[in-house]
Design a protein around this ligand. Structure first.
Ligand code: 5GP
Ligand code: ZN
Length: 138
């Protein structure tokens, strides 16, 4: 599948490179970048679905989990560790939070630049088991 964004038009590449501000909660300001290091950048989602909704984004453009290579294992581990650190900063380590990599059309991915959603601050919706929606479990 051809992703809808090219690197040149990718909104997350633009945010990471500072070409556009992060129009997240609290106004348009570079201060909305919550965390940055050599590998990842984190900022608030523009359409938060919970009191805390942060995106941990790879600095390098990677379309999705499908394009990850074995050499990227430590990068993905790093994304999770940064999410854990941000969850503690946001005060949601307890009672907990959800980490999500949406992947591809059926996964609900809309921005084809690898990112991890950190979502918390309220009780997450219960995920309906696949079998309850009429799909056979293998
Ligand atoms: P996906 O659906 O690909 O898993 O998640 C993409 C997320 O990026 C969505 O939750 C969407 O609200 C967020 N998003 C899209 N464009 C922007 C933007 O320009 N700035 C910020 N901060 N978030 C964005
Ligand atoms: Zn990108």
């Amino acid at each position: 599948m051809t992703p809808p964004q090219t690197i040149m038009s990718c909104i997350f590449c633009k945010i990471i490179s500072g070409v556009v501000p992060v129009p997240g909660r609290g106004g348009e300001s570079p201060a909305q970048i919550l965390y940055r290091d050599d590998l990842v950048t984190a900022f608030r989602d523009i359409h938060p679905i919970a009191p805390t909704h942060i995106l941990i984004v790879t600095n390098r453009h990677i379309d999705s989990v499908n394009e990850l290579e074995p050499v990227d294992e430590s990068l993905v581990g790093h994304m999770v560790m940064v999410a854990k650190q941000l969850a503690a900063q946001e005060g949601i380590a307890e009672p907990g939070y959800r980490l999500i990599f949406n992947t591809g059309a059926h996964g609900g991915q809309t921005v084809f630049h690898l990112h991890l959603h950190l979502i918390g601050g309220r009780l997450a919706r219960v995920v309906v088991p696949v079998s309850a929606r009429g799909f056979a479990l293998e």
